[in-house]
Structure formats: C-alpha cells, structure tokens
Design a protein around this ligand. Sequence first.
Ligand SMILES: [Fe+2]
Length: 163
Amino acid sequence: MNAIDLLEQQHREVEDLFEEFEEAGENARKTKERLCQKLADALAVHAEIEEKIFYPECKQEDTEDLLREAVEEHLGVKRLLADIMESEPDDAQLEARVKVLQEQVEHHVEEEEGELFPKVRKALSKEELEEMGTRMEQLAEELMGQGSPREQIPGQTDTAPEI
Ligand SMILES: [Fe+2]
C-alpha cells in the first residue's frame, strides 16, 4: 500500500474514534474506556511508523522544519495520551483531556495532509512510496500483534525522537 494512503487511512480511523467518543453518552463509562484504549493503540502505532520509517525517509531540505514540528506534536499527543491512560473513566477531566487531544491531532493531521504529504508525493516515486508503505504496514502489524501498543507511550514522553 502507498505510504501516504496508509497514513491517511489511519487518520480517518482515529477521527472515527473521536466521533464515537463524542457520541457516547454521559454515563457510557465502559465504552469511553474502551475507546480511549483504542485511540491510544491507534495513535501509538501511527506515531511509531511515522517516526521510525516515514519521517526519516522523507527528510529533505524543504521538509525538515515540518518534520521537527511533527515530532514535537507527537510528543504533545503522547503526553496527553499518557494522562488519559491514567485517568479513571469517571474522572471529570477525562472529557476535557480527550477534547484537547482531538484538537491537537486534528491540527497535526491538517499539517501533514496539507503541507508535508504534498511535498513527499513530489519528492518520492510511486514505487518508493509503495515499498515504504509495505514496510510501514509490516511494522504496524507487528506492533498490534504484540498486544497493546499503547503501553509504550508512557516511556516516550520525555523528549521528541531525533529523526
Ligand atoms: Fe503524525
């Protein structure tokens, strides 16, 4: 699969999870807890395949600043996710944390899809994007296969990775 198509597909999946969270009733604690776990797993996998494969491979003169920003945004998202993972489902702040997370993710997605991806599409060939996408899919499957990819998040909240 084309690397950019894969990332955009993951963006849509995460947006759907935020929507489901919003639509869950006030008292749907179990549902909200499950959705938070799914969000954390999905975002952990997404961040990992971008940081380990996609970002390093699309580093060039005109993307370097965008990538530096992107890893800082991932760090912010991970810090919030770590807080959310520690929140009790009936914590009064949980909804607010998820809302802020959603805003940060939406901003990040806009920058990637609006600025970074068009530059990468120009710089790399279809074959290169396909080949990269295959490796990213493999890593995503590996991480999901290990069980709960979200568990790596609390250990990644210090500084943004070098890419
Ligand atoms: Fe990202």
